[in-house]
Design a protein around this ligand. Structure first.
Ligand code: GAL
Length: 388
């Protein structure tokens, strides 16, 4: 029932009962029963809290994800990153930090599910996590079964302490372990682009990191985001390139820089995992994270990752074709002063009668005529939707 037209091969049926997202792009039409049919949306603890995770934090984040309106625009996963785990029992079962998670992960999952949300967890394909907690190497099946028994819906698998291991092999082991665990679990491959995961990721997981870590500054965010050009052919429903989690609201970027971050991630059909403290976010941060017109670009059912169609110095135009025949168009100014940008109707192959809408500011701009010109702020963006 979680499947679409699953290949008839018994082998695949046995190995991949829950890993619909692992099929190739040609074989993976969007469907509501497909895991990660559109890029995952949610929150992750790492960017803001690092190792300072607890049951209390996760409950409060789940609460505010609902009360802030984030859930109603599509945010769904509440993901615990590194440091929730401390040791293994004698039989190898992974043990959560009892001081920080006194009720255990299962109780926490029940709480999160009670809010209509889903719970994510973190491990490492190597011998230890990046913060030196037990890794899942040689415990893949045991850990996958433990997560399933707790009601976990998402697992991010990191790549620290994996010397001498082949990511393609190790992540396939994890995929097979999850398939045997008896629960649909989104599989997030986090090996920072090592061994070009976009090449084997589509048959292995639902998303794969393409680069090293993001940090909360414009240079790092923009280098990562704009370097995704060319990877669009590997993404599609059930399997996505992951340029890392959002930094929106963490304080290291200006309003225009965060607008660029959000608009670029939407054009890229990137996972939208907020990484800020939702409990204390400003109205400006909330408005950007919950901009439903921008989110609609990211979550568009066609599932096509956008790409760059034009560049000149610090100026770039990116497009993302959408299911209704319209296109999302990002006019990006990577420069250090405001610049006028001109979008030629011929560049995006639309008729002069096609209508423009500004998605960040929710404004209709009328027909494009031959071209549309606008000033784009320093390190900023104008994100348009151009009707057919
Ligand atoms: C990194 C990973 C980060 C975060 C961190 C935790 O390898 O890329 O997103 O999970 O480990 O230690």
């Amino acid at each position: 029932m979680r499947h679409r037209r699953v290949a008839s091969s018994l082998l695949i049926a046995l190995i991949l009962p829950f890993m619909c997202g692992t099929l190739s792009s040609q074989a993976a039409p969007a469907s509501s029963s497909l895991l990660a049919a559109t890029p995952v949306m949610g929150w992750n603890s790492w960017n803001k809290f690092g190792c300072n995770v607890s049951e209390k934090l996760i409950r409060e984040i789940a609460d505010v994800m609902v009360s802030s309106g984030m859930q109603s625009v599509g945010y769904q996963y509440v993901n615990i990153d590194d440091c929730w785990q401390v040791s293994r029992q004698a039989d190898g079962t992974i043990v959560a930090d009892a001081d920080r998670f006194p009720g255990g992960i299962k109780t926490l999952a029940d709480y999160v599910h009670g809010k209509g949300l889903k719970l994510g967890i973190y491990t490492d394909a190597g011998r230890m996590t990046c913060q030196k907690r037990p890794g899942s190497y040689e415990h893949e099946l045991q850990d996958a079964k433990t997560y399933a028994s707790w009601g976990v819906d998402y697992v991010k698998v990191d790549w620290c302490f994996a010397e001498g291991l082949d990511p393609e092999v190790q992540y396939a082991k994890f995929r097979d372990a999850l398939a045997q665990a008896g629960r649909p679990i989104v599989f997030s491959i986090c090996n920072w682009g090592v061994k070009a995961p976009w090449q084997w990721g589509p048959k292995t997981g639902n998303l794969w990191r393409t680069t090293g870590d993001i940090t909360d500054n414009y240079d790092r965010m923009s280098v990562i985001g704009f370097s995704q050009n060319g990877l669009e052919k590997f993404a599609g429903p059930g399997h996505w390139n992951d340029p890392d989690m959002l930094e929106v609201g963490n304080g290291g970027m200006s309003r225009d820089e965060y607008r660029t971050h959000m608009a670029l991630w939407a054009i890229l059909a990137a996972p939208l995992l907020a990484g800020n403290d939702l409990r204390t976010m400003t109205a400006e941060t909330k408005e950007l994270l919950t901009n439903s017109e921008v989110i609609a670009v990211d979550q568009d059912a066609k599932g096509v990752q956008g790409h760059r169609v034009w560049e000149e110095g610090p100026l770039e135009i990116w497009i993302k074709p959408l299911a209704d025949g319209s296109q999302a168009v990002g006019l990006f100014n990577r420069g250090e002063s405001p610049l006028t940008m001109r979008l030629d109707a011929k560049l995006i192959a639309v008729s002069p009668a096609s209508k423009l809408r500004d998605l960040l500011d929710h404004k209709d701009l009328g027909p494009i005529h031959e071209s549309y010109s606008t000033e784009v702020p320093t390190r900023g963006v104008v994100l348009l939707r151009v009707s057919k």
